[in-house]
Design a protein around this ligand. Structure first.
Ligand code: ZN
Length: 422
């Protein structure tokens, strides 16, 4: 049996978040994406305003909501919407991913300055992050689990601890990639989706049960609060992409213009905006994604750009193909950190290949993909509305112009921004 591929985007049926393909050869992700050009987004934003108004604290001195942030991935946009469009006072929460690029640290520092917000950051001990990563590599073939677990647990922990019930996230990946839900369902964050999809089926407690050595470390940062704690505060997590027309590329470009968001090249994708704060994400982490699921981030980004009318299916295939076999330059650093040799590393990852994408019995040869009929591709084609070009901003690395930047929270920001609020 060959895998069917969408006639509009490049996803196939082996997608780990699961998608379906309809009689016209178009996948559920593309179908739900069509809502972006149909829904009345003005009306949906008013719904968001009414929803968030209920959480506005009166007096203006306390926090109205929690916004999880990092040094990339729409963080500026989300804070801009929450603070400037909705007029809320957010407490920013960040899980330190340990794999920070200088650029990501600068972007996070600049975010605090540009929006003049309080930020709470959790940095787990390096030994804990390493022990957890060794266990997650073995259990799931993932070196990113600690980040996925930490960044989805810590904001909810703070919500419970500080009694701030509303958490505002950016895009729900299941909606944006595979159309798991309609935007109209307005799905909210929940424990089950987090465990099944974000955490690949393993909570911190499950990992510790398999690796008793982990009990020597403090795993609090990865533990989602109990249902009773969540219920007692009334914590809920909403996704902005259910209420405004999500276009990550356009959103980042607005943030470059308005707040000096810094962009950068990535190893295994043409996108210069998302996840540039991490030196493993578009490197080894993405090479692992390819090894497990048969495709990488460049395909995700290409599908997104097809759906938003900036790439033809044909151009997207060529563009994504250029990154397919790029060897991650960050791998030696990761191997050295984990004290594992390269052959052993890939042997562990190979245990976690997706059997829908790879023939396990045949030296991991790819399961064949059936190309959609040309007539279906033609019928599914969207008009091209814009160019798929990603801006490369001037680097703010301090060695380039030491006199122009100051050190704030281990990141260098423009001194004029540092003077905001005296
Ligand atoms: Zn599709």
């Amino acid at each position: 049996m060959k895998l069917r591929t969408c006639a509009r985007c490049l996803y196939d049926e082996a997608h780990p978040l699961h998608l379906t393909i309809d009689d016209d050869g178009v996948c559920s992700g593309c179908r739900v994406h069509e809502e972006k050009d149909i829904l009345d987004w003005g009306d949906r934003f008013e719904q968001l305003r009414r929803l968030t108004d209920d959480y506005r604290s009166h007096g203006g001195r306390t926090f109205d909501c929690i916004v999880p942030v990092c040094g990339a991935r729409d963080s500026y946009f989300i804070v801009d919407v929450v603070k400037n469009s909705l007029g809320l006072n957010p407490l920013l929460i960040s899980y330190n991913k340990h794999y920070n690029t200088d650029l990501g640290i600068r972007n996070l520092a600049n975010l605090r300055m540009a929006f003049d917000c309080d930020l709470v950051q959790n940095t787990t001990s390096p030994a804990t992050a390493k022990a957890v990563t060794r266990a997650s590599l073995d259990t799931m073939g993932s070196v990113y689990w600690h980040i996925l677990a930490g960044q989805t647990a810590f904001p909810v922990q703070i919500a419970v601890r500080m009694g701030i019930p509303l958490v505002i996230w950016g895009a729900h990946q299941g909606i944006d990639q595979v159309g798991m839900f309609s935007h109209l369902d307005a799905v909210e964050m929940n424990r089950r989706y987090r465990k099944e999809h974000d955490l690949m089926g393993f909570e911190a407690e499950d990992l510790a049960a398999r690796y008793p050595r982990l009990n020597d470390f403090n795993l609090d940062a990865y533990v989602y609060p109990s249902d009773s704690d969540i219920a007692s505060i009334g914590v809920r997590g909403i996704y902005l992409n259910n209420y405004l027309r999500w276009d990550s590329k356009a959103q980042h470009e607005a943030m470059i213009d308005r707040y000096d968001y810094e962009t950068g090249e990535q190893q295994r994708t043409f996108d210069r905006y998302n996840d540039i704060d991490c030196f493993h994400y578009a490197g080894t982490h993405d090479a692992i994604k390819f090894r497990k699921h048969g495709y990488g981030k460049a395909i995700d980004h290409a599908c997104r750009e097809i759906r938003l009318g900036r790439l033809t299916r044909e151009d997207a295939e060529v563009l994504a193909g250029q990154y397919r076999s790029v060897q991650p330059a960050d791998l030696p650093l990761l191997l050295d950190w984990l004290k594992i040799d390269e052959a052993a590393f890939w042997t562990v990852v190979d245990k976690h290949r997706n059997p829908k994408a790879w023939r396990m019995e045949d030296r991991f040869s790819p399961v064949e993909r059936a190309q959609p009929a040309p007539a279906l591709i033609q019928a599914a084609r969207l008009p091209i509305k814009d160019k798929c070009e990603f801006a490369l901003t001037r680097s703010k690395a301090p060695h380039l112009s030491d006199d122009r930047y100051v050190l704030v929270g281990k990141g260098y920001v423009d001194p004029q921004l540092a003077e905001v609020g005296g």
